[in-house]
Design a protein around this ligand. Structure first.
Ligand code: F6R
Length: 240
């Protein structure tokens, strides 16, 4: 894993530059996309670059990591809504080229086949404070492909900030599996903020990847860059 520690602002600048270059070099690029707080500044920067005429999404294809079960597509809490609001409706992407898993178990096979036919060139990841990537919660088998999961209590608690009441947070989701994620040619993991500092220290210090901390599987991938801001990296030695 290549590690970059910098200010939050510089991290998003660097990651934005990477995306603009990759898309310009390969306009048909298959991007694996994430939701949550971590990608938001990147999406805003990319919209800005698009408005400046520096990048076009016309032929880009996207594949999202996950979606809650049981929400209507147009619910303001769905990841379908999130992606349209924060990226798709603000750039020239063809909505036919955007893919978000939905329907939970009914769509598992379809999504796995889609990913087999469209290998992801660049996968964007955030990380849960419990070490999940996508919605692969602690204990998930490393060999899993797209599947339906029960969200961990910690994830429900963390994500309740997006809902009026914690009781409204869906209990289940459909998620790309760790094996789909590991098939991506390249991965960028963004880790921002104090609440990620503890799990990040554990991931860095652990030698052998363990299913107890799903993100440790990334140590087995050949092309992963982890972008960490100073707050998330506060327990790492020699960085402050
Ligand atoms: C989102 C996703 C999750 C988030 C993670 C971190 O599609 O798959 O794994 O990346 O929960 O969320 P934030 O960025 O909100 O801290």
């Amino acid at each position: 894993m290549k590690i970059v520690v910098d200010s939050k602002e510089n991290i998003y600048k660097q990651v934005t530059e990477i995306y603009v270059n990759k898309i310009n070099n390969n306009p048909n690029i298959n991007l694996g996309l994430a939701t949550g707080s971590s990608p938001l500044p990147l999406y805003d920067n990319l919209v800005n670059e698009y408005e400046l005429g520096n990048v076009s999404f016309k032929d880009v294809r996207t594949f999202n990591l996950d979606e809650y079960c049981g929400l209507e597509k147009d619910s303001t809490h769905s990841y379908f809504h999130f992606m349209n609001k924060h990226l798709f409706s603000r750039v020239d992407i063809d909505l036919k080229n955007t893919h978000i898993p939905s329907g939970c178990e009914s769509n598992v096979d379809y999504y796995n086949q889609l990913l087999e036919e469209n290998r992801i060139d660049l996968q964007l990841l955030g990380i849960g404070s419990n070490g999940h990537i996508a919605f692969n919660e602690p204990g998930t088998d490393f060999s899993q492909k797209t599947h339906k999961i029960k969200l961990a209590d910690k994830t429900i608690e963390d994500n309740s900030r997006f809902f009026t009441n914690i009781k409204d947070v869906p209990q289940e989701a459909i998620t790309m599996g760790l094996s789909n994620i590991m098939d991506s040619k390249e991965i960028i993991l963004i880790i921002i903020g104090d609440n990620k500092a503890k799990i990040l220290k554990e991931i860095i210090e652990i030698e052998e990847p363990t299913e107890d901390i799903p993100a440790t599987i990334l140590k087995n991938h050949k092309n992963v860059t982890v972008f960490i801001d100073y707050e998330a990296g506060k327990y790492l030695k020699n960085i402050n």
